[in-house]
Design a protein around this ligand. Structure first.
Ligand code: ADP
Ligand code: MG
Length: 355
């Protein structure tokens, strides 16, 4: 496929300070190449070749006066809404407001990177036991079955009991979290070290050992996986720190919500606490519960899919049978439709074919 958009290092126009810090933190987390410029005399060449241009709002006026050619993937970054609004139009730039936009900054950089990277999807339960882990496994399984590169499944739930159990994979050799905790920086292809089941590479919590996620190299692991798979699915559970990390590292956030009054209230709290303003909903209809449209209205986010109840899933989970092998057609279809939806917006299939 012809590569029409520029793919040079990301251009950062910023002087030292909070905004430059925020941008460079995201650059480091996404492991993209970046060029930082504060001397605007040097701007013209990288302006044409950079995959994306991030401009500190404080520098926006100076950049605008240089009358550079129009280009896409330009972002003005800063804290002052008035300043951001002023320079967005003259620079044909989108606005990233800090600190709320920090996660989006990471996404922009990940997409702007010339490295091929899979979408990273976080499956977050709006309330407990709603089927988020099951969905995470099913998405990874289905995506792996379709895409030549396979999928990765990252269990970051300190209280989840190990996602490998859900896949029936606890006996499959490979590294679990404790063996990975020295990983950092640019990791290579992890596939040969991880348990791989039907093309799903699994990074799983080990049972019994407490894990301090703040000190785990989750960003490095997720980044490495995204370079070698067609889809990365994160299962953070509902613990504060793991959800926060998953939101930070994912390009797509799905909130699985049961269509009941209390479940919706719980989801709303979780979404507010984690500023999940870009999340999409996966609704589990409940007998006598709320219609899906009402759930969307209450949470003010779009519904990506409805996930039907499937009576075979609880038994499968207990027996170590993977969800896709156990679930009936309606559940499988719903997951397939969900993957298609994500593919339409995030080009999972195209990446797979390119690979
Ligand atoms: N669509 C579904 N229909 C019926 N049971 C389900 C469904 N999804 C998950 N379950 C069951 O619900 C229980 C909790 O699922 P799990 O995925 O661990 O939830 P969570 O990760 O949100 O806490 C498990 O027994 C699982 O098999
Ligand atoms: Mg779970």
């Amino acid at each position: 496929m012809a590569q029409l958009s520029p793919s040079g290092p990301v251009l950062v126009v910023a002087r030292p300070g909070d905004t430059q810090d925020a941008i460079l933190t995201a650059v480091a987390a996404q492991q993209v190449e970046a060029e930082v410029i504060s001397d605007l005399e040097q701007l013209a060449a990288p302006w044409r070749t950079a995959a994306a241009v991030l401009i500190d709002a404080d520098q926006a006026e100076r950049v605008a006066t240089r009358a550079l050619p129009h280009r896409s993937a330009v972002y003005v970054v800063g804290q002052d809404p008035a300043l951001l609004a002023t320079w967005s139009a003259p620079l044909s730039a989108r606005v990233i407001r800090l600190p709320e936009g920090a996660a989006w900054l990471g996404t922009v950089l990940g997409e702007g990177s010339s490295q091929r990277r899979a979408p990273v999807v976080a499956a977050i339960g709006g309330s407990g036991g709603v089927g988020a882990s099951t969905l995470a496994v099913a998405m990874a399984q289905l995506s792996a079955a379709r895409a030549p590169l396979g999928a990765a499944l990252v269990d970051a739930d300190p209280f989840g009991g190990g996602i490998d159990l859900l896949l029936g994979a606890e006996g499959v050799p490979g590294w679990r979290w404790p063996r990975l905790n020295s990983a950092s920086g640019q990791l290579g292809d992890l596939r040969s070290y991880l348990p791989v089941i039907d093309k799903v590479s699994v990074v799983s919590m080990a049972r019994g050992e407490p894990l301090d996620l703040a000190r785990e190299p989750l960003a490095a692991i997720v980044n490495a996986l995204a370079g070698w798979h067609s889809l990365v699915v994160l299962d953070p559970g509902r613990a504060e720190i793991s959800v926060r990390e998953a939101v930070r590292l994912s390009s797509v956030q799905l909130v699985v919500v049961a269509a009941g009054v209390r479940a919706v209230a719980a989801a709303r709290q979780l979404m507010a606490a984690h500023d999940l303003t870009e999340a999409q909903l996966v609704v589990r209809p409940v007998k006598g519960g709320l219609p899906t449209g009402l759930v969307a209205d209450a949470l003010k986010r779009p519904v990506l899919a409805e996930l039907p109840a499937d009576g075979a899933l609880p038994g499968a989970a207990e027996g170590g049978v993977a969800p896709l092998s156990a679930a009936g057609r309606r559940y499988r279809r719903a997951v397939a439709a969900l993957i298609d939806e994500l593919g339409a917006h995030h080009s999972i299939e195209r990446r797979a074919i390119d690979a």
